[in-house]
Ligand binder design. Structure first.
Ligand code: FE
Ligand code: FE
Ligand code: ZN
Length: 277
């Protein structure tokens, strides 16, 4: 079975996300740990979490993916931004333990002119401060489109970050189809080649999740604008190969396309229909 869900709002809690996911044929979901622009996280209601956890196991849900607010920047030049990022991520990881064994994804950040080496150094430093041996959450670096001074547009950069982390067993990668295509990895013309390169550079066992998005912009445009599945430059035939690829088919897929719940439901049905059981 294709394991697929979409991005949902967590404003009404975990059980609400579960019900929404189930209502559109999803068996997982992604959510922001807090307001995407940062700020205080909502209190966790243990009853809500308990209900959600039993719902997820009864309904064969697979790992859910928490996404860090996108305003965080682990390699900012300003120390106060880095400190805010560190505190937010540490708090997110503590909260993740209410739902043990799941995934936490973040954008490696933008080095804002400090250079790629300095950026990578700051990111690994931060990870070494917040990861703990007893956490059950796997922390994922997201592949980026390489917009501006974004770190993580090349597989080599992600590899270097992981190399610098002491608790490597807590680390993985989330591959965003829009971002890698934008970043110059031709998943349309040469999916095998791109995944082979991922394996050589990072190791395919680090790949833990897929953000499945089409793109509004042509190959290598470094723009990062998501499109609905089949309506952009990646196209449905490429997605057919992606969801069925032997190296990917067991992974959880998360839609981040410009959609409301009903649109996500249609995309999930479409992707399930092209998945070869
Ligand atoms: Fe993201
Ligand atoms: Fe993404
Ligand atoms: Zn994006």
């Amino acid at each position: 079975m294709l394991n697929i869900g979409c991005h949902l709002s967590n404003s009404k809690g975990y059980m609400n996300m579960c019900s929404e996911a189930a209502s559109i044929g999803a068996n997982t979901f992604q959510f922001f740990t807090r307001n995407p622009r940062g700020g205080a996280a909502k209190d966790i209601d243990p009853e809500d979490v308990k209900e959600a956890l039993s719902f997820m196991s009864e309904n064969r849900f697979v790992t859910i993916l928490a996404h860090a607010p996108y305003t965080l920047n682990p390699c900012a030049a300003r120390p106060e931004v880095r400190e805010f990022t560190e505190n937010t991520m540490r708090d997110d990881l503590a909260r993740m333990e209410y739902t043990p064994g799941n995934l936490y994804n973040f954008h490696p950040g933008s080095h804002v002119g400090q250079g790629i080496d300095a950026g990578i150094e700051l990111i690994t430093e931060m990870l070494n401060k917040i990861l703990t041996p007893d956490q059950t959450t796997t922390v994922l670096l997201e592949t980026m489109a390489g917009k501006g001074s974004e770190v993580g547009g090349r597989f080599e950069e992600l590899r270097r970050i992981i190399d610098g982390v002491e608790l490597k067993e807590k680390m993985g990668v989330c591959l965003d189809t829009c971002h890698v295509f934008d970043g110059g990895y031709d998943i349309v013309g040469d999916l095998d080649g791109v995944l082979g390169e991922f394996d050589r550079v990072i190791g395919i066992e680090r790949l833990r999740a897929i953000h499945i998005n089409d793109t509004k912009n042509p190959f290598e445009s470094h723009k990062d604008r998501h499109e609905k599945i089949g309506e952009g430059y990646i196209g449905l035939e490429a997605f057919r190969r992606i969801v069925n690829h032997p190296a990917l088919r067991g992974l959880p897929f998360y839609l981040e396309t410009p959609n409301e719940l009903d649109g996500y439901g249609r995309e999930i049905a479409l992707l399930r229909s092209i998945y070869e059981e």
